[in-house]
Design a protein around this ligand. Structure first.
Ligand code: ABU
Length: 395
């Protein structure tokens, strides 16, 4: 197959071209994006769906902090988020920012209480644009239940301005105790390896659960990772929502990732026919075939600039934030400043690489892709997989 000349699917409802909300893949020329904000951020509270960890050297008895993050930590992250905003604007991209909310407020629902919420640094986890549709994810953690709120005024404005925009909020789960498998946190490494092909993590299958960052878009094909933050019911919901609109929704699995959460440090499409892959987390063999059968290539990300232990002490993400790049166009990618190996690889692959410091944002859960939500990219819906019937996830 020759990329990127595959035909648009003009016969499908998915071919609607919307004036304000329009993004069909991860690489088309970027026109408008939301960049997160660190104001009011709190440490991730422990809850049934989450156990925060400390990295690197710790003092005896040291525990993970709770409540609001210190002002200087927030200031440094905001400086980098503002730097990303300035870089994107210099590339002609319209940048929007979330509204501040009080994340230090506790939550109490009929089913749960949680002492504080989290932050609005990572819109990618909460929202996704699929063509002319914005989908608000269910979310998987109690502290993130209301994380759509900082973006609601922006979404509402898009809905007012664009009569073709579809605004969909996925069903909110109860986040009651039965939604979680508490025993997940107690398994030892051997047990995790023994069970890795079961793909059973800390959420049960009782309710529809997904974080938007477990989804990646490649035109008509949408790939969703089964993970700690997305269950099979969540993938079924996405399939039923999107397939009538002309999409193919595929479940994908990375068996060696024993704590999977969000696909964008594992499987990152860079342009038609090319995916940046994580050497520690290969995709399941039969799922890889869908790509190779259609002429796609995988290129492994090089070693990251730091080990997991060298990541910021309160960072809950792995060193593979290195590959959490943001595409501004099919030939232009933004990469974190210290990730020199990846920059070299991308340049060798023919990309124009823009570089920016972003490590102060890492402890808020993400890098450049996580900290953004692309709303509009030039271009329409293409079929990069030649009209295939797609992977059947078999689950
Ligand atoms: N939020 C993305 C984290 C993924 C990872 O730690 O690999």
């Amino acid at each position: 197959m020759i990329f990127p000349t595959s035909a648009s699917i003009d016969e499908s409802a998915a071919a609607v071209s919307s004036s304000v909300v329009n993004a069909w893949n991860e690489w088309d020329p970027l026109e408008e994006i939301v960049v997160g904000r660190a104001d009011g951020a709190c440490y991730d509270p422990a809850e049934p769906g989450y156990r925060p960890i400390l990295r690197g050297l710790t003092q005896p008895g040291e525990v993970f902090p709770t409540g609001p993050k210190p002002a200087d930590v927030i200031k440094r992250a905001n400086e980098e988020l503002d730097g990303l905003t300035a870089l994107l604007e210099s590339q002609g991209v319209v940048v929007r920012r979330p509204d501040p909310i009080e994340f230090d407020r506790s939550l109490s629902s009929p089913e749960f209480t949680v002492d504080s919420q989290y932050c609005s640094v990572c819109p990618r986890d909460v929202l996704i644009t699929v063509g002319n549709q914005v989908i608000e994810a269910t979310m998987s953690r109690r502290a993130r239940f209301f994380e759509y709120l900082p973006y609601r005024s922006i979404v509402r404005e898009y809905w007012d301005r664009d009569s073709e925009m579809i605004w969909t909020a996925a069903p909110k789960p109860s986040m009651a105790d039965h939604m979680y498998r508490k025993e997940f946190w107690e398994l030892d490494v051997d047990e995790r390896y023994a069970r890795m092909h079961d793909f059973e993590f800390c959420v049960t299958q009782d309710e529809v659960v997904f974080d938007a960052a477990d989804i990646t878009r490649m035109g008509r094909d949408i790939f969703v990772q089964e993970s700690m933050t997305t269950n099979r019911a969540g993938i079924r919901w996405l399939r039923r929502e999107l397939e009538p609109r002309g999409f193919r929704v595929h479940a994908v699995h990375f068996p060696l990732d024993l704590f999977p959460s969000h696909i964008d440090c594992t499987f990152v499409p860079l342009r038609p026919g090319l995916v940046l892959t994580n050497p520690d987390r290969p995709i399941k063999e039969n799922e890889a075939e869908y790509f190779s059968d259609h002429g796609w290539q995988f290129v492994d990300a090089p070693e990251a600039s730091s080990t997991n232990d060298q990541m910021p002490k309160y960072c809950q993400s792995s060193r593979w934030l290195s590959m959490n790049v943001l595409s501004v166009a099919p030939e232009t990618v933004i990469c974190e400043e210290s990730e020199k190996n990846l920059q070299r690889l991308l340049e060798a692959l023919g990309f124009n690489v823009l570089v920016i410091p972003f490590r102060s944002v890492y402890e808020f859960g993400g890098s450049l892709h996580c900290a953004t939500w692309d709303v509009r990219r030039t271009g329409g819906c293409e079929d990069y997989f030649d009209g295939s019937v797609g992977i059947v996830d078999g689950r």
